[in-house]
Ligand binder design. Structure first.
Ligand code: NBP
Length: 472
């Protein structure tokens, strides 16, 4: 029977939850997984749902209504190509393949061309929100031809999270644009998480217990920092370990993992010569966290002050709030700058207001302040840097004093705050009419005759000096 509205391959955590979401919107869904027992168990666990479990890929393809809509939700990389290769002989021209995993956007561009040349339609869609988002409503970032998006739109809009009635999905742009934006979303997520961790580290040094921090983060989540990550952090602080009764966070080893989207974001920023120092710091903080043995050894020989902060708790909460919020604005300013730069480079015609709008629900970085980012780009689509939108300029001007104080306190106490510091460094560099690059240009001219411009001559007129010789 060829009557399923939608098919999904890859029944791991994301695939299963997406299937249940699509089915719950009234669609019949066919499913296939490489390991057949997974398909059988999944379908058996949901006897009341309109699901068709296929044992073979042939059976799966035959169960789909035309044009077939097949979503691949398998591990990124080789597995996606393997699935596509086995689908090609079974599909008809005009059928649609959607890769919903965290694929590298350059792989998506390659697959877009490959499948387009064969007469198939392809969408590379970033899906954010983890397991819960997939089940209840993710933020979806689809890229590919607009005409293919039009066919997929009813299903995607029905399964996506909604904010003020607006679905958290929009056609991002052609080719790899969707997966690209998802990659930067993940980079921003790295930044948000690291900034929260640095706030926590400062609070710890000031004697805050996890129970108190649960209250601080609960309060913050009712104010302008309201976001999914602040909310889950409050719950993490409140969580007790059932075995010992101690706060669970205190028992978790301080080494963080990563899967690669943060690293890809940094590599892309370098290629585009865009500064994303907050995200860089966040990725590097994870790398340093993983060097546990080296850190433990170094802690015994490299000296620093006692990691203690002496401050009135209530005042410190406000100061750290401001430092966190200011740093977060910088992180988004940098991430959006990278998206805008890449979008122009590729001619993708990206709409930053729409991108910020679909991040307001369903995804890990959903936050109240994304409303203001959406607004900033809606009122000025040509906005050069988020910091220059009046709402954010006012906030930064307001926060900058506390921001500096928090970083100073942390630095004097030997508490690492790499993402806070990188953010402030960017802010201060960006707002500096004069930087010490005059000396740098002199150095470049000295050893490489790279020439320099002068402050007292028109721009573009180049000068070279015969510098004194250096012996030895
Ligand atoms: P995984 O990334 O863990 O992938 C597991 C799935 O891939 C299983 O269904 C597995 O089949 C299938 N698979 C593999 Br591995 N190699 C295959 C191959 N050569 N041919 C066919 N199938 C193959 O699953 P996930 O965590 O659900 O994530 C799916 C995608 O969504 C990934 O790209 C991930 O990065 C992305 N994503 C994940 C999250 C999250 O929170 N987990 C959030 C957002 C996006 P098997 O059962 O036969 O081994």
């Amino acid at each position: 029977m060829s009557n399923s509205d939608f098919g999904l391959i890859g029944l791991a955590v994301m695939g299963q939850n997406l299937v249940l979401n699509v089915e719950s919107r009234g669609f019949q869904v066919s499913v296939f997984n490489r390991t057949t027992s997974v398909t059988e168990e999944f379908v058996a666990a949901h006897p009341d749902k309109k699901l068709v479990g296929a044992k073979t890929l042939e059976e799966f393809v035959q169960s789909l209504a035309s044009p077939r809509k097949v979503m691949i939700m398998v591990k990124a990389g080789g597995p996606v190509d393997a699935v596509i290769e086995s689908l090609i002989p079974l599909l008809d021209q005009g059928d649609i393949i959607i890769d919903g995993g965290n694929s590298l956007y350059t792989d998506t561009e390659r697959r877009d061309k490959w499948l387009g040349d064969l007469g198939f339609r392809f969408i590379g869609a970033g899906v954010s929100g983890g397991e819960e988002g997939a089940r209840k409503g993710p933020s979806i970032m689809p890229g590919g031809p607009a005409s293919t998006w039009d066919v997929m739109r009813p299903i995607f809009e029905s399964i996506a999270a909604k904010v003020d009635g607006e679905p958290c999905v929009t056609h991002i742009g052609p080719g790899g644009a969707g997966h690209y934006v998802k990659m930067i979303h993940n980079g921003i997520e790295y930044g948000d998480m690291q900034l929260i961790c640095e706030a926590y580290n400062i609070f710890k040094a000031a004697g805050f217990e996890p129970k108190e921090l649960a209250e601080v983060f609960t309060d913050w989540n009712e104010g302008d920092l309201e976001s999914y990550l602040i909310q889950i952090t409050s719950k993490i602080f409140a969580q007790k370990d059932p075995a010992t009764g101690k706060p669970l966070v205190d028992l978790i080893l301080d080494t963080a993992g990563q899967k690669g989207t943060g690293k890809w974001t940094i590599m892309n920023a370098v290629e585009n010569t865009v500064v994303i120092s907050t995200i860089n710091a966040a990725v590097e903080a994870r790398i340093l966290s993983s060097m546990k043995d080296q850190r433990v050894a170094a802690s015994k020989v490299l000296e620093g002050p006692k990691p203690e902060i002496d401050a009135k708790k209530k005042k410190l909460v406000k100061k750290v709030h401001d430092a966190l919020f200011a740093s977060k604005i910088i992180s988004y300013a940098q991430g959006l700058d990278l998206i805008a730069t890449m979008g122009k480079e590729k001619g993708w015609g990206l709409d930053l207001g729409k991108i910020a709008a679909i991040w307001r629900g369903g995804c890990i970085i959903r936050a109240r302040f994304l409303n203001h980012i959406t607004e900033a780009y809606r009122s000025n689509p040509e906005l050069g840097n988020l910091m220059l939108a009046p709402y954010f300029t006012d906030l930064l001007n307001d926060f900058q004093e506390n921001w500096r104080e928090v970083i100073s306190m942390a630095t004097l106490a030997g508490i690492p705050v790499p993402a806070f510091s990188a953010s402030l460094g960017y802010y201060d560099s960006y707002r500096s009419a004069v930087l010490p690059a005059n000396l740098l240009q002199a150095q470049r001219d000295f050893f490489g005759a790279h020439t320099y411009e002068r402050v007292d001559k028109p721009r573009g007129e180049m000068f070279h000096t015969d510098w004194p010789e250096v012996i030895g």
